[in-house]
Design a protein around this ligand. Structure first.
Ligand SMILES: *[C@@H]1O[C@H](CO)[C@@H](O)[C@H](O)[C@H]1NC(C)=O
Ligand SMILES: *[C@@H]1O[C@H](CO)[C@@H](O)[C@H](O)[C@H]1NC(C)=O
Ligand SMILES: *[C@@H]1O[C@H](CO)[C@@H](O)[C@H](O)[C@H]1NC(C)=O
Ligand SMILES: *[C@@H]1O[C@H](CO)[C@@H](O)[C@H](O)[C@H]1NC(C)=O
Length: 763
């Protein structure tokens, strides 16, 4: 069934639970049409907008987006961290209506916030992690300026924001009389602020984790309303255990209590709480992760006395190992004892780096036994990684988990999109921690998967850079082999500009690769590393004059002559060596380096090889060199003359290029061929060039016919066709190429870039 503009339904229980902020996707299914549209819109927002005088954006269309779509648009922009003073301009005015607004990590001023968001009828606002110059006072007073919001805003998330020091928030929360859910973690929020918040008339859910609160007595003001209380890592709490328990005892309606810690300081509240029989009778969920001295027996007894219990948080404790607490039944458990507990932990704690680390560490042990692909777990790893990009321990443990979750066969079953996210995040991590070898190694190991290299979209330039730098800095044989292998595959996908940008790295890489070739040649060791090294060099020099020069400067030519000498009858080695030398011969400035007698003699002999790929590439080298004319030819004129004849007859011996043989080569452009096509004085040169062009054109017509048309190559071919002195063999192949290009155009039309824009109709 086709889903048309289906707004993904979020599992949205009515408050006290706010809706999920980051877009949650079913990874293996195609993106919904709505997501595709929103991604296209956000990626190119300027195109769909006009600019106001103050530099902010305004959507062009006067149509309105439905409110759900507007909420999703905002959410998508927040997820990609695209919210700034300019972009949030699209939410001004009445074009769109927002209801559940997510502006996480927005980098906007207080004024932009007010103008873009405070006129909407907001029921929820998630402003976590916004830039430091917007304060909680700015947000709350902005919201308070709208009467509708004051009465109806139910859910507000202000995690990791700054409270203003100059303009304290005194009394500002009070106006938000509709508020049911408030989350204000990682904020310098003090006792007097808690007093104000606790008196909100409808407050049901409060999260004051990692705040500066030292005394929670103020909570008594909302004891008849409060259903959910989170006070994870309340590090300055200065009350005695008994005093805290006395307050908790009063919170009779509490369903959820989080008093977890990160093991940095010891509190005996959890242990004492578990011993209480008559406390918190309606509790459904208790989180004591990270607490010391917790036993399975104590937890079990506590849970069994409270029939409504559905969840216990036990990560980083000594508990969770009994069957009752396995997490497999209806009682959910976060912990480190098994995969289910770990998944639960990753789902709940993705914002808490200490717990994420701990869960990854436990997960890593589990992955050693995994036999089946687990995309849902990889996805949780990705979320944790994305939330803590600058936490080295998180990135390291995550990279190890990713590796084992995708090793060997397991990558095959992983959705491409997840693999792409993993590589993206790992490359980011490697960039953030350039000194971390283990991280780099894990990234390399991950990249060495065939599936990832071939099928998964990621930034191949960044990856190639990483792999090459790695190759430059390491000696380890196995890793070196892997790096060579990966760079030979990645190099194929780089543009010539990118290869040029990597010049400095490439100089070292070429040196390294040549060293491998030298070692192997001396040892007479023809193995896969040797072959891949040759391929890598071939690929790296393709249309890259810089790399070709590095090759010459590193004495590559002398070495490759030795390789040809050492392996006189191995045509697959000759093929690669000559392919590379062809690339060098395409660079006119390097011709003088190739003009020495032994080199020309060797290539002249190989021209007569019965192996077509050997003969083909030898002919290419000769064609490039003799096309330069007599002045450039520094060797004997007789030799030049005899080479011309040999070249011509060699090409004529090859099967017609239309026949069904495998493609010998791939070209990125025909530009090296055009000087050869124009070389009317030496028909052998033209003959080689047209043979080569026809060869690839009939293997892959779509690509190469278009290439000829787009590059203006047809002009050179028509010149040949119209010239009366053209050699008959050259003429025939040229005519055939032009015919097949015509046929191609008839079936497929001209390439898009050359089509004339359609005439505009007047009406
Ligand atoms: C606690 O909050 C402060 C800001 O008030 C933040 O710098 C710190 O990283 C937070 N600690 C944890 C463990 O989240
Ligand atoms: C998981 O990865 C570690 C190193 O990263 C490795 O030692 C271990 O063998 C891997 N486990 C499996 C089952 O592949
Ligand atoms: C290099 O990679 C290819 C394909 O990715 C693989 O088949 C081959 O075994 C690898 N060779 C080495 C030496 O790692
Ligand atoms: C790159 O190397 C591969 C493997 O040898 C080869 O098939 C391919 O034609 C080379 N490509 C270029 C552009 O040099």
């Amino acid at each position: 069934m086709v889903r048309f503009l289906h707004v993904q339904s979020r599992q949205r229980a009515p408050p006290p639970i706010c809706s999920d902020c980051p877009a949650v996707q079913a990874e293996a299914s195609p993106y919904s049409l709505l997501d595709i549209c929103l991604s296209a819109l956000t990626a190119d927002l300027e195109k769909f907008c006009t600019e106001r005088r103050d530099g902010t954006l305004c959507l062009k269309e006067s149509e309105r987006l439905p409110q759900e779509v507007a909420d999703r648009l905002l959410q998508t922009m927040a997820f990609h961290e695209l919210l700034n003073d300019g972009t949030v301009g699209i939410f001004r005015g009445n074009q769109m209506r927002l209801k559940q607004a997510c502006i996480r990590k927005a980098k906007i001023s207080a004024l932009s916030f007010r103008k873009a968001f405070c006129h909407h009828k907001l029921v929820e606002l998630d402003a976590a992690g916004m830039n430091a110059d917007v304060t909680i006072a700015d947000i709350v007073s902005g919201l308070g300026s709208n009467k509708w919001i004051r009465q109806n805003l139910q859910c507000l998330v202000l995690d990791s924001l700054t409270l203003s020091l100059t303009n304290p928030c005194k009394g500002c929360f009070k106006q938000l009389s509709g508020l049911r859910v408030l989350s204000i973690t990682n904020v310098l929020f003090h006792n007097e602020d808690l007093v104000e918040v606790a008196s909100l008339p409808r407050l049901e859910s409060l999260d004051i984790s990692n705040t500066s609160v030292t005394d929670i007595t103020a909570l008594l003001a909302c004891k008849d309303r409060l259903k959910s209380l989170s006070m994870h890592y309340l590090k300055y709490l200065s009350m005695s255990t008994q005093q805290v328990l006395d307050i908790l005892r009063e919170l009779k309606y509490l369903n959820h209590l989080d008093i977890s810690d990160d093991q940095q300081f010891t509190s005996d509240i959890p242990v004492s709480l578990l011993e209480q029989k008559d406390i918190l009778p309606h509790l459904e969920s208790l989180d004591i992760s990270g607490s010391k001295f917790i036993t399975d027996e104590a937890v079990e007894a506590f849970v069994k006395q409270r029939p409504a219990m559905q969840f216990v948080g036990l990560l980083a404790t000594d508990a969770g190992y009994s069957e009752f607490l396995s997490g497999e039944g209806s009682l959910k458990v976060s912990g480190g004892a098994n995969e289910i507990q770990i998944s639960e932990a990753l789902k709940r704690y993705s914002e808490r780096s200490y717990f994420v680390k701990e869960a990854f560490f436990r997960l890593f042990t589990q992955t050693c036994f995994m036999k089946v692909t687990k995309p849902e777990i990889l996805k949780l790893v990705i979320i944790g990684m994305r939330n803590h990009p600058l936490d080295l321990a998180v990135q390291l443990t995550a990279s190890a988990c990713c590796l084992n979750l995708t090793r060997q066969g397991l990558a095959a079953g992983m959705p491409v999109r997840l693999l792409s996210d993993v590589i993206h995040l790992l490359l980011k991590a490697v960039e953030n921690f350039p000194e971390q070898q283990q991280l780099q190694k894990n990234c390399l190991l991950l990249l060495s998967s065939v599936r990832i290299l071939q099928d998964v979209p990621f930034n191949r330039f960044e990856a190639a850079k990483l792999v090459m730098q790695w190759l430059c800095n390491h000696e380890n044989q196995n890793m070196q082999r892997m790096a060579v292998n990966i760079s030979s595959i990645l190099a194929l996908k780089l543009s010539s500009e990118q290869t040029a940008q990597l010049s400095a790295e490439l100089y070292i890489v070429v040196g390294e690769l040549l060293e491998i070739v030298e070692q192997k040649t001396n040892l007479n060791e023809v193995d896969t590393t040797f072959m891949f090294t040759l391929s890598a060099l071939w690929n790296l020099t393709d249309e890259s004059p810089t790399t070709c020069r590095h090759f010459i400067d590193n004495q590559g030519l002398e070495l490759f002559m030795r390789v040809l000498e050492f392996f006189p009858s191995d045509s697959s080695i000759q093929h690669k060596v000559l392919g590379l030398l062809n690339n060098v011969a395409e660079v006119r400035e390097l011709h003088s380096k190739l003009m020495w007698k032994d080199f020309i003699d060797t290539i002249g002999e190989l021209l007569c090889s019965t192996e077509i790929e050997v003969s083909y590439f030898s002919a290419g080298i000769i064609a490039h060199l003799i096309s330069r004319g007599e002045q450039a030819w520094t060797l004997s004129p007789t030799q030049r003359k005899s080479l011309m004849e040999q070249l011509h007859s060699a090409v004529l011996k090859w099967p017609t290029p239309r026949c069904k043989m495998v493609a010998l080569v791939a070209y990125r452009s025909f530009s090296p061929f055009y000087p050869l096509l124009d070389c009317f004085t030496i028909p052998g040169v033209q003959l080689w060039a047209v043979w080569a062009i026809q060869h690839v054109c009939c293997k892959t017509p779509a690509r190469y016919c278009s290439m000829l048309i787009e590059e203006g190559g047809l002009r050179h071919l028509r010149d040949i066709k119209e010239n009366e002195q053209t050699d008959p063999d050259v003429l025939q192949i040229t005519a055939e190429i032009l015919d097949s290009v015509d046929t191609h155009i008839r079936y497929y039309g001209k390439p898009k870039s050359l089509q004339k824009p359609e005439a505009k109709s007047n009406g």
